[in-house]
Design a protein around this ligand. Structure first.
Ligand code: ADP
Ligand code: MG
Length: 378
């Protein structure tokens, strides 16, 4: 891929105004009656860039989406809590109000995009995790002002690119999560590039059905059975041979529940459902991971928010950490699981972009990256 343009080429920025598109769509929680940022990782990760631009003389304004206000001004989605935290971490940087208060953002409206860079000399895209969306703040500025890729975005692209182009082998990919529809495209690509693809989580049950197994009331998407069957025939995709779960109607989820987890073999009877990979699957997956030289992981192996169904995800996380492999993890829930187990520091790279990293793996490019490369300015 052609290199992404960088801001170093602009040199001195005295008197210049720089618009930086960030992804400060951070979690917030009420503290003493008002919302405060509860995880400022994404804000902290941009401070060095902001400080560098200001040191070059620039006035820096950041812009972000925040939640899903759906094109209307909704005070519940104001960036105000983010503004307060940003002012503490990096005084002097202004933050525009939520881009999604305007319908033009998600509609990729050229006029809205133009209004964003009015009065600005330069644009920096530092929002890898939003660059799979062809939204106005991502797509339009590079057509209007000299534009560059921010350092975090470049690092994401370089890390994922290297892993897909020339991985140390064996290259083991681990894919999980709820919906097979979200990640089947990525499994297809990884079945080409990796040596083994371990599939767990809710999405694995569609593969189980494709194999002729019964899954009770577990998650399934009948429209992907043929494709799952084809992938299984390629022999690189490994699915769980057993499960842990519950009887239908027994509560589960973040709040937990009173019923002990049940263990099922290859088949899950009617009236029951699978919520985690089982002990034999854990053993098989861990053995594959132990010999990996490269690991790419996206999606938990079970309903890890419920401690009864976190064993698969935790065992896989520990195996990756212990393997010594180059390890890259993406996906909001996967990263949250690693943080909960205190293992995020044991991975080589934690990608901020769930959907964006999946799309980059699948298609090898993102609309926002193409917009930067195609920007006509020197
Ligand atoms: P990520 O955010 O890492 O990309 P996903 O959003 O795709 O991951 O999937 C995470 C969700 O999948 C979690 O909420 C988890 O509870 C759910 N999940 C995992 N396994 C199952 C399962 N067997 N049945 C239902 N939901 C599952
Ligand atoms: Mg998720």
């Amino acid at each position: 891929m052609e290199a992404l343009p960088s801001y170093e080429r602009w040199g001195d920025l005295s008197g210049k105004r720089v618009l930086v598109r960030v992804d400060f769509n951070t979690p917030v929680a009420p503290v003493d009656g008002r919302l405060e940022v509860s995880d400022d990782f994404r804000i902290r990760s941009c401070v060095a860039l902001f400080e560098e631009l200001m040191a070059l003389g620039a006035t820096v304004v950041a812009c972000t989406h925040f939640g899903r206000p759906k094109g209307t001004v909704d005070p519940r989605y104001s960036v105000e809590p983010v503004r307060r935290r940003l002012a503490e971490l990096c005084p002097g940087v202004e933050l525009m109000e939520n881009l999604r208060f305007h319908p033009g953002e998600e509609a990729n409206d050229p006029a809205f995009g133009a209004s964003l860079v009015e009065g600005f000399d330069y644009y920096v895209n530092e929002a890898f995790s939003a660059s799979h969306r062809a939204h106005a703040s991502i797509m339009i500025p590079p057509t209007l002002v000299p534009s560059a890729a921010g350092p975090n975005l470049r690092r994401e692209v370089a890390t994922l690119g290297a892993l897909l182009d020339a991985p140390a082998r064996p290259f083991v990919a681990i894919v999980g999560g709820a919906k097979v529809a979200d990640k089947l495209g990525v499994v297809r690509v990884l079945a080409e590039k990796a040596d083994t693809v371990l599939v767990g989580g809710g999405m694995a049950y569609t593969f189980c059905v494709a194999q002729g197994r019964t899954i009770g009331a577990s998650l399934v998407d009948g429209s992907f059975l043929d494709e799952c069957r084809e992938l299984l025939a390629g022999s690189k995709v490994l699915i769980p041979t057993d499960s842990r779960g519950l009887e239908v109607g027994q509560p589960f989820g973040g709040a937990g529940g009173p019923d002990p987890a049940l263990t099922f073999g290859a088949d899950i009877p009617d009236g029951f459902l699978g919520l985690d990979i089982g002990p034999a699957a854990i053993e098989a997956f861990v053995a594959v991971i132990a010999s990996a030289a490269t690991v790419l992981w996206n999606g938990p192996m079970g309903v890890f928010e419920d401690a009864r169904f976190g064993a698969g995800t935790e065992a896989v996380a520990r195996a990756v950490a212990a393997s010594g492999a180059v390890s890259v993890v993406g996906g909001g829930d996967s990263v949250a699981a690693l943080q909960a187990y205190g293992l995020d520091g044991a991975f080589s790279f934690v990608s901020t972009g769930g959907g964006a990293s999946l799309e980059f793996v699948e298609l090898g490019d993102l609309p926002g990256l193409a917009a930067l490369r195609e920007s006509p300015f020197p």
